[in-house]
Design a protein around this ligand. Structure first.
Ligand code: BGC
Length: 316
């Protein structure tokens, strides 16, 4: 015979153990969830809301700054601020970049409340290391532009740049002249603000890691270091197309870009060769560049997200 009460107490003990284990499991899961939801929130904030991280102002050098009137809030004339750090604290590293869901300009405006008219921004709690003009040569690529603005504004704000976005639109439907539009962007941006650095970007390129800072270095820099359309490589070693940055000094040293490349291709190779030894460019660059630039401004539009300048670049 078997003792039923003995069986019952074994069952009771087993059940209690199971309940205890369940309780432990739920507690551990809960603690893990709460801790992770904290860091998830931070990540989402970093992706979409470019607010300045206050804690990290501590190691910066204090200097005086007078904000230019165009960006001042009226009450503040002079503030003691520190220079932004070399490694901006809000950077998140690799980014998910996709173009499947359409975005609207209103959404981008809503997500970037800190922008000033003309797509201008400067960090609130520190002084940006560089004043950078983003120059985009453009015609009929509105969908691309929306994505560019959608991704780039939060990135550039996390990078703590003092920047403005200039979309330079070629008027009419003659052959496109990308390099001349870049020269015009340089000239027009400088009429507005004392930019020291120029990032020249195609409208359809977005960085996949925000540590790729859109600023200038002691040499001209090719920022689009690899591209999905080239299998995450570059087509050839001297390739300088896509996105590049040049300081004002570097740009002037090579007399800007050539004005005479009409239609697709070649102008980026010419720009690269202005730093290099190749004969033809060396012969022409002295007389073809920013020093020979001529164009007419047709229209200027200021939006919260950009300054659009439509220009007549002349004929081939
Ligand atoms: C053109 C460049 C272009 C590159 C990659 C070259 O043949 O001259 O302008 O960027 O191909 O597509």
């Amino acid at each position: 015979m078997r003792d039923a009460s003995g069986n019952f107490s074994l069952l009771h003990r087993t059940c209690s153990l199971v309940v205890l284990l369940c309780f432990l499991h739920i507690s551990v899961t809960f603690i893990y969830y709460v801790r992770n939801s904290d860091s998830r929130q931070t990540f989402v904030q970093n992706q979409q809301t470019p607010q300045v991280h206050r804690k990290l102002t501590e190691q910066r050098v204090t200097i005086e700054e007078t904000r230019p009137p165009s960006l001042s809030n009226g009450t503040e004339t002079e503030r003691k601020l520190e220079t932004c750090p070399d490694n901006p604290p809000q950077l998140v590293g690799p980014l998910r970049v996709e173009f499947s869901d359409p975005v609207t300009l209103d959404l981008v405006r809503e997500q970037n409340p800190a922008l000033q008219p003309g797509g201008r921004f400067k960090p609130k709690d520190c002084i940006a290391q560089q004043k950078v003009a983003m120059i985009i040569p453009f015609r009929n690529r509105d969908e691309h532009l929306k994505f560019w603005l959608y991704y780039m504004h939060p990135i550039l704000q996390r990078q703590q740049l003092d920047y403005g976005v200039y979309v330079i639109i070629q008027d009419g439907d003659r052959a496109f002249n990308r390099a001349k539009l870049l020269n015009i962007g340089y000239a027009e941006a400088l009429k507005e603000y004392d930019y020291q650095c120029f990032v020249f970007s195609d409208v359809d390129l977005i960085p996949m890691d925000d540590r790729n800072i859109y600023k200038c270095f002691n040499q001209p820099r090719h920022l689009s270091v690899s591209m999905d359309k080239f299998g995450f490589r570059l087509p050839y070693t001297q390739y300088f197309g896509g996105v590049s940055s040049l300081s004002k000094e570097q740009y002037l040293k090579i007399n800007g870009f050539p004005n005479n490349y009409w239609g697709w291709g070649g102008e980026d190779d010419d720009i690269f060769n202005r730093f290099d030894r190749i004969a033809h460019t060396r012969q022409t660059m002295g007389r073809d560049g920013i020093n020979s630039l001529s164009y007419k401004v047709v229209k200027v539009e200021k939006d919260q997200l950009f300054t659009k300048i439509t220009v007549d670049v002349g004929k081939p």
